[in-house]
Each structure stands twice: as structure tokens, then as C-alpha cells.
Design a protein around this ligand. Sequence first.
Ligand code: DO4
Ligand code: MG
Length: 286
Amino acid sequence: MKLYKTTKGIILEHAGAAYIVDDQWDILVNRDNLAAYLQEIIDDTTALGADVQREFLNGQLLPPIGTQEVWAAGVTYLKSRDARMEESESSGGASLYDKVYDAPRPELFFKATAQRVSGHGAEVYIRKDSEWNVPEPELTLYINSRGNIQGYTIGNDMSSRSIEGENALYLPQAKIYEKSAALGPCLYVRSTPIPGESAIKLVIKRDGVAVYEDETTISRIKRSFTELVDYLYAECDFPQGCFLMTGTCLVPPPTFTLQVGDEVVITIDNIGTMINTIGINPKHKL
Ligand code: DO4
Ligand code: MG
């Protein structure tokens, strides 16, 4: 079941049919057994006609977030560990990544408030003071206030590799700035965990041509999702629930950096595809 947040309201899509959900986003998603609740709506509601469904879903999709915080896990895949060890070698920070990959405590960091999150079809930014920038495609969990994973979405943890590589203590500046996160296109709700064999794919297009393309499966993650959630919820309360990006497993080669106008296309099996264009904060265009 997929929940879309649109400019016209919340739409539930399942098996080709769509239904209006007359509720507030935070209240809707924060209940336990969200999948069972949505199934009741499907059973009790008349589906929208095809034209109305198209009109809703072709309109501007908003990121599937209300007032939740967005957090992120790091160095959860071998690929991410190796890339970060390489980029931080000259600053002497390489062993930090090696250690955290194997440590019992995962790397977790605050990523974004909802206001800084872009949705499908919107721009994400690169920083003006960064010369090496990449998207990080990440399976993202939605966890309710009681710590139960209720759904999944696609996340983009936009990152400055030059700033993080210069000094690991600059991580918040490498990761947190306007439009440095994207979530979308929907919240994929299911009562069982998303299958490990789900593929995650990243394509970066420049002038319509793919300049980077790779894919893998989410099963290559080093840690379990519940382990990440347990650490995140150990000392933090999230009254409206929380989004947790689970780390990147796809890293473009060191020679690659994003340019303004590039198109970032991230696909995860079962959830869908999120497309964002690379932009720069308009205050730098003056
Ligand atoms: O250690 C820095 C951030 C790691 C990260 O964002 C990732 O592995 O996805
Ligand atoms: Mg990341």
C-alpha cells in the first residue's frame, strides 16, 4: 500500500486503485498497525475514478513527511566505508570509518527538519562552498512514536565529499543545509519487513544522458533495521515518529561530482522512483 501526500490531500494507492484519506498526515502515520488501518479504508471506501486518480497523482507530490525529524545512519555498507576511508585519507580520518563499521554502536546523525526536505520532482541543492558533491540513495524507514517501523520511502542524503573529507568534524556542514534531503515519492506501508532482495538503483543524468548508473540490493547492509532503530530511540523521543535514512550502498567514482541541472533518479523495488534536479540556493545566484 502506498500513501502519497499531494497538494490536494492524502491518497492511498493499492492494486491499481486509489482512495482519498481524510486525515492529518502526522496522526495517520503515527498509529500502530498502519497497514491494517489502511486496509480498512480500502474495504470501506469507494475508489476514485481513473481521471480523478490521475489528477491527484500527476499534481505536485509533496514529500511524505509531516513534522517529523529526519535522521540518518552512516557507514552501514562496505561501499560507504571504503569510499569514506579514501576521501579522508589525507586528513588522517580514515580509521574513524573503519572503526565505526565494526563497532557495536552505529553512526547516527541528525539530517533534516521537514522544512529542508524536497519531494519527488523538486530540486535538491549542492553547496556553493563544496567542489565534490554526490547524492546518497538510501532506503528510509518511517518509525512511529512507539519505535515500530510502519513504512519505507526513498531517501537522498545529499553530501559534500570535499567538506567531510577535509575533516570528519565538518560532517554536519557536509550533510545539513537547505534542500540537502529528499524523500519520496510515497510512503510504502506493509505489515512485514521490506524484502532484503529489493534492488536499489541510482542513475545520474546530464543533458538527458546517464553519466553514472549502478544498482545493488538492500540486503548488503551490515546492520539490521531494528538495531538502528533501537539506538536511535534509546535516548530520544519522537512524538510524531521519525524518518531514518539507512545509509548509502552506491557511491559514484572519485572523479564524479554533481553539477547544477543534473537529474538524480533513485528507484527502490516496491516503493517506486524519485527524481530530483540539482540546484543551488538562489541566494548565490545574485
Ligand atoms: O560518515 C559519514 C556519513 C555516512 C553516510 O551518510 C552513509 O554511509 O550513507
Ligand atoms: Mg548517507
